[in-house]
Design a protein around this ligand. Structure first.
Ligand SMILES: C[S@@+](CC[C@H](N)C(=O)[O-])C[C@H]1O[C@@H](n2cnc3c(N)ncnc32)[C@H](O)[C@@H]1O
Length: 204
């Protein structure tokens, strides 16, 4: 029987994979932006594929002006509820990463914490163009996604989920340059090992 990677991913989510990002603590992807002074009071930030809002809510609490999109309405509802509970203002909107409902040059920073690594290649390509359109010149993308070192990559080498630095340069290089050294992230969830890449990019 042929191994069905997408079924595997879906089952994995149903079995609690998304518990990893259902928590309320921000990831280092978000906290790094503040530590490096890239996000400060008044920074316009888009959290693309915001999940349950852990990063959006925290960044708004740091003084950023946050828009957050998600294709998943259930998660958005939970994110909004949490923002209300925390008393932070985030503009949560249902939208697709490949078609952003914002005018050109709206944002200083776009956070892609595992969003486009869940998209097919066509949506990824659209999303790159949309990111280039909505991020101001000199603005940033903070990107994270599974890398080709991920143990599941060999089972499905054609999946758009796994990208290495060369893939990111190929997709984003026309509009964005890599800033600093990409960071390799490795973690385990249950019995599964995950390996990803965190990359900061600057709009040319
Ligand atoms: C791995 S989760 C990460 C969630 C969040 N960024 C975090 O770190 O907690 C990926 C998120 O991207 C969303 N997503 C996937 N494809 C999307 C698309 N085409 N447009 C918008 N959001 C999408 C999913 O619904 C999910 O919320």
């Amino acid at each position: 029987m042929r191994f069905n990677f997408f079924k595997f991913i879906k089952m994995d989510f149903e079995n609690g994979e998304n518990l990893q990002w259902e928590g309320e603590e921000p990831t280092s992807l978000a906290t790094d932006l503040v530590d490096k002074g890239i996000v400060k009071e008044g920074t316009y930030l888009l959290d693309m594929g915001c999940g349950f809002g852990r990063n959006s809510n925290w960044l708004a609490n740091q003084g950023a002006i946050v828009d957050a999109i998600n294709i998943n309405e259930e998660e958005l509802g939970k994110a909004k509820e949490r923002a209300e509970g925390l008393g932070v203002a985030v503009n949560y909107v249902k939208a697709d990463a490949g078609s952003l409902p914002f005018v050109d040059s709206s944002f200083d920073v776009l956070l892609d914490a595992g969003c486009t690594h869940m998209c097919d290649r066509e949506t990824q390509e659209k999303s790159v163009k949309e990111a280039a359109r909505v991020v101001k010149q000199g603005g940033y993308i903070q990107y994270f996604g599974f890398s080709k070192e991920h143990p599941s990559y060999l089972r499905n080498p054609n999946s758009s989920q796994f990208r290495d630095l060369e893939d990111i340069k190929r997709q984003y290089g026309e509009y964005f340059e890599i800033v600093g050294e990409p960071a390799r992230k490795e973690w385990t969830h249950g019995n599964d090992k995950h390996i990803g890449l965190e990359i900061l990019m600057k709009r040319k």
